[in-house]
Write a protein that binds this ligand. Structure first.
Ligand code: AGP
Length: 614
């Protein structure tokens, strides 16, 4: 979805806005724009393409002013072009707006405004909103903040907006509903507004996360005021940011995705640091301990998530059912919320989200909440909407994930979910101490094992060279490696644009095997576990149809080595934790293949890091 940023203070706004847009570009990158108030006029610069193209577009034109706003877009209404790029101005040109979200009833509002003489340059819902605000501002003779409040009471949908008035260059109005918005309070009375904290952290650590249906009135050198849509005053809640600036840099890697793949030994360790005491055999998860009875008496666990987080949920299903003996259902959040699901008050709903802003997952949470379930969140972004919408939760501490293709968040999610499952198993006495200690020791060894697999990067790069021009690919796995096959296929699809499918290995005979010929690479997870022999037979079935097999095997495996075209070895790991290690080669394969195909691995086409609209 889009990234929005705004500034009001003593400094030149333009450089702050441009740097902020670069930080937010992973949220959407099909067009960008800025607006500044300078000498009583609004200067708007916007164009199709990335922020770097916007900078070229602005070039030497004057871009002064200590108040301004910026936007990087992921198109929802109206194709990516100069007209539909943000910011948008009202008909009279006195108001400018940036918006992240979707105004669902914009067509009705637009019709009414056209009947009232308004005209439109773009196809966007956002231009409708700024003209609605202008219409009320002019006819109702109210303050800008009040015009915004009245307008938003007519709006149906999701929004994070910032509005400014040419005739009042000392004020910004910001508001949010569903889409994220954070306000940074600078030392010198400067204000920074953005979709997340990444554009703010280098200027201040003091932030306010606006809640749904709140409006912030920000005046130069004055205390900011917050009210809600019912015009009630709200006391601002200032929090301290934990994020570090250097975490937002590439740290010497060519791409954020590669950096984040190589950060996994550290990010997995940060997940269990302070949560696992090997000596005492204790797992300490505050969110679990605070709701012990809920977990001990839970009838069922329902996991809701999207994309890679959904795959982590599928892996967790095996762990929870095996060690905690609780039935688990893993649901696509987007389907779950429209299916009228049966939810009991003694169900626990685990919502998994890296960004903590995914609209489908948020909507699934709201539905389950209404039905009385206890909602436990597993999020990576501190202070995100989902982390504040759940009853309890656990952060994954993977650090900011900038690459659109999720990597370290996936292994961090599985690590945290494994700790939760073991902690609940200990509470429900469904696991022997011997097995608990062994699994805790295995988790403790994961950072080293992942580091070992990363040493195979060169071999994986050379295998990528061989398959970089394929049109299709199949990924196969059994048991909790099936979700890893799905994840491997998703990684290849989303950054190299090669069509790929993940399947349970046994399911192949029921159809997909028809796709196999000498042009079809088949990536198989064939690690030493109870289904090994079955996977070997599946590999023979593929080879019998001249398919090319690239197998992930356990160190020292000789049998599959004789069958497969290529094998990538990984350290022996408890079968419940293999997914954390087996996924690494698939992450690197997709990275190298995408790079060799000249794709933008950090900002793949048509995608965005967090999907804040349904
Ligand atoms: C994964 O690489 C994608 N970026 C996407 O599938 C992502 O996992 C999905 O949008 C869910 O995002 P979330 O974890 O932030 O909720």
């Amino acid at each position: 979805m889009c990234g929005i940023v705004a500034y009001l203070g003593k400094e030149e706004a333009y450089p702050i806005l441009i740097k902020g847009l670069h930080r937010l570009e992973y949220r959407g990158y099909d067009s960008a724009g800025v607006a500044l108030i300078d000498e009583g006029d609004i200067q708007v610069y916007k164009c199709k393409g990335k922020v770097s193209e916007l900078e070229n577009h602005v070039g030497e034109n004057s871009h002064h002013g200590s108040i301004g706003m910026g936007h990087t877009r992921w198109a929802t209404h109206g194709q990516p072009n100069d007209e539909n790029a943000h910011p948008h101005q009202s008909n009279k040109g006195n108001l400018a707006i940036i918006h992240n979200g979707i105004i669902e009833n914009y067509a009705t509002l637009k019709e009414e405004l056209i009947n009232r003489g308004h005209t439109f340059q773009s196809e966007t819902d956002t231009e409708v909103l700024v003209n609605l605000i202008e219409d009320i501002y002019r006819h109702a003779k109210v303050s800008l903040a009040e015009a915004v409040r009245i307008s938003l009471n007519e709006v149906v949908g999701a929004y994070a907006i910032v509005v400014m008035d040419r005739d009042n260059p000392g004020q910004l109005i910001a508001a949010k509903k569903s889409s994220p918005l954070v306000i940074g309070i600078g030392e010198e009375g400067d204000y920074y507004i953005a979709s997340d904290a990444t554009p703010i952290v280098e200027y201040t650590k003091n932030v306010i996360y606006l809640e749904d249906e709140e409006i912030a009135v920000i005046n130069r050198d004055q205390e900011l005021k917050i009210m809600n849509l019912q015009n009630q005053k709200v006391t601002p809640y200032v929090q301290e940011l934990e994020m570090q600036l250097e975490a937002l840099e590439k740290g010497g890697y060519d791409h954020f995705m590669l950096k984040e793949i190589y950060e996994q030994p550290r990010s997995i360790k940060d997940c269990f640091r302070g949560r696992m005491n090997l000596q005492k055999g204790i797992i300490k998860m505050q969110g679990i301990d605070d709701n012990k009875d809920q977990w001990i008496n839970a009838r069922r666990i329902i996991i809701v998530a999207c994309g890679t987080s959904w795959h982590a949920g599928l892996v967790a299903e095996y762990m929870f059912e095996d060690v905690a003996r609780i039935p688990v259902e893993v649901e696509y959040a987007s389907e779950f919320r429209y299916r009228n699901p049966i939810i009991y008050p003694d169900d626990i709903v685990i919502a998994i989200s890296q960004s903590g802003e995914t609209a489908d997952t948020l909507a699934a949470i709201e539905l389950a909440k209404k039905k009385g379930a206890h909602i436990f969140g597993v999020c990576n972004v501190v202070g995100s909407t989902i982390s504040r919408a759940t009853h309890s939760g656990a952060y994954t501490h993977a650090g900011p994930e900038i690459g659109v293709a999720s990597t370290k968040a996936f292994t961090a999610q599985i690590t945290v979910l494994s700790l939760i499952a073991l902690s609940v198993a200990q509470m429900r006495e469904t696991i022997s101490n011997e097995r608990l200690y062994r699994l805790m020791a295995e988790i403790n060894s994961l950072p080293d094992k992942v580091a070992q697999v990363l040493e195979s990067n060169d071999q994986i790069e050379s295998i990528s060279e061989i398959y970089k021009d394929v049109a299709n690919a199949l990924y196969l796995g059994r048991g909790n490696n099936f979700p890893v096959a799905l994840e491997g296929a998703l990684k290849l699809k989303e950054i190299s644009y090669i069509h790929a499918e993940g399947y349970p290995a046994a399911e192949m005979k029921h159809g997909p095997i028809a796709l196999i010929d000498e042009n079809m690479p088949v990536f198989v997870i064939a690690t030493q576990d109870e289904s090994y022999e079955k996977v070997v037979s599946n590999i023979q079935e593929v080879k019998a149809r001249k398919g090319k097999v690239i197998a992930i095997v356990t160190y020292g495996d000789e049998q599959v080595k004789k069958l497969a075209d290529y094998t990538i070895e990984i350290p022996k790991t408890d079968s419940l934790l293999v997914p954390l290690v087996a996924v690494i080669p698939f992450q690197l394969l997709s990275y190298h293949i995408a790079l060799m195909r000249g794709c933008n691995v950090d900002q793949p086409r048509n995608l965005a890091k967090s999907v804040t609209v349904e």
